[in-house]
Design a protein around this ligand. Structure first.
Ligand code: NAP
Ligand code: GCO
Length: 258
């Protein structure tokens, strides 16, 4: 089972002060990796550092906006000084704005694309040269059900996550010969602050999602840990350009007969 071990590896998980990123960072640490994470401001970093300390996980935290290429390049150089070359990148940082498309300002649309698609491009571009030098690397882009499906009010987010699916495939195509594997992890509907507005007891979306999920429940962040460790480890060395959906069966299911 050493195939799934990450001892000696250095992982950067973006936007990982809490939520899915935090859970994935925890799992990568348990598999042996050293963890670096970033978030938008020192307050979030401090919140994350406290949470990692309480979980007994030694980490390095960096204030960095993934949409700012100068900040990202500086952060990657600092991580290389502090820990060494990044072996595993998890592009997790993301936002969503739930607005009907015809009511959405173009600025808001651009902001979602910037964080959820341009950000992963910028961070991957910054870490790939080190992976090439090292002769190996793992990139995991956090995609979504919206990489495959649309729904009302998430036009920007679905466009970004659909693009992220193709960016994943393109990185896989362009850098596979350098022994870099780039795959997507596509969570279903997961209990995090991002989906909290949809999970209030009286919110119709709550029942809807449970009816659309064969597992008949919302996902938990720890449901994503095993798939993330798999995609970060030697066990997936011949898996490249694949989007691994961890959705309880949503994408396989037409929905319950009313
Ligand atoms: P979340 O709770 O909103 O956490 C996202 C993290 O990214 C936050 O720490 C956030 O900081 C950070 N972030 C936002 N913009 C950033 C930027 N420009 N630079 C650096 N960090 C930034 O989201 P989540 O539910 O854990 O989701 C994490 C990822 O999974 C996202 O890519 C999301 O699209 C994806 N996803 C989520 C679900 C779900 O059901 N929850 C399902 C599929 C995919 P702030 O606290 O300042 O916002
Ligand atoms: C929404 C949700 C979803 C989830 C996730 C599903 O409003 O539909 O926020 O987009 O965040 O991306 O995989």
């Amino acid at each position: 089972m050493d195939l799934f071990r990450l001892d000696g590896k250095i992982a950067l998980v973006t936007g990982a002060s809490y939520g899915i990123g935090f859970a994935i960072a925890q799992g990568l640490h348990q598999a042996g990796a050293k963890i670096a994470f970033n978030d938008l401001n020192q307050e979030l970093i401090d919140r994350g550092l406290k949470a990692y300390e309480e979980a007994g996980i030694p980490v390095k935290g960096y204030v960095c906006d993934v949409t700012n290429e100068k900040q990202v390049q500086a952060m990657v150089k600092q991580i290389e000084k502090d820990l060494g070359t990044i072996d595993i990148l998890v592009n997790n940082a993301g936002i969503i704005k739930r607005i009907p498309m015809i009511e959405m300002d173009a600025e808001d649309f651009r902001k979602v694309i910037d964080v959820d698609l341009t950000g992963p491009f910028i961070v991957a571009k910054a870490v790939i040269p080190g992976m090439i030098k090292k002769g190996a690397g793992k990139i995991i882009n956090i995609c979504s059900m919206m990489s495959e499906l649309g729904r009302e009010t998430v036009a920007a987010y679905a466009s970004a996550k659909g693009g992220l699916k193709m960016l994943t495939r393109n990185i896989a195509s362009e850098y596979g010969s350098f022994n870099i594997q780039c795959n997507g992890l596509g969570p279903g509907y997961i209990e995090t602050p991002q989906t909290a507005p949809l999970r209030t007891p009286d919110h119709p979306f709550n029942k809807f999602i449970i009816s659309k999920t064969p597992a008949a429940r919302w996902g938990r962040t720890d449901d994503l840990v095993g798939p993330a460790v798999f995609l970060a480890s030697r066990a997936s060395d011949f898996v490249n350009g694949h989007i691994l959906y961890v959705d309880g069966g949503i994408l396989a299911y037409i929905g319950k007969q009313p």
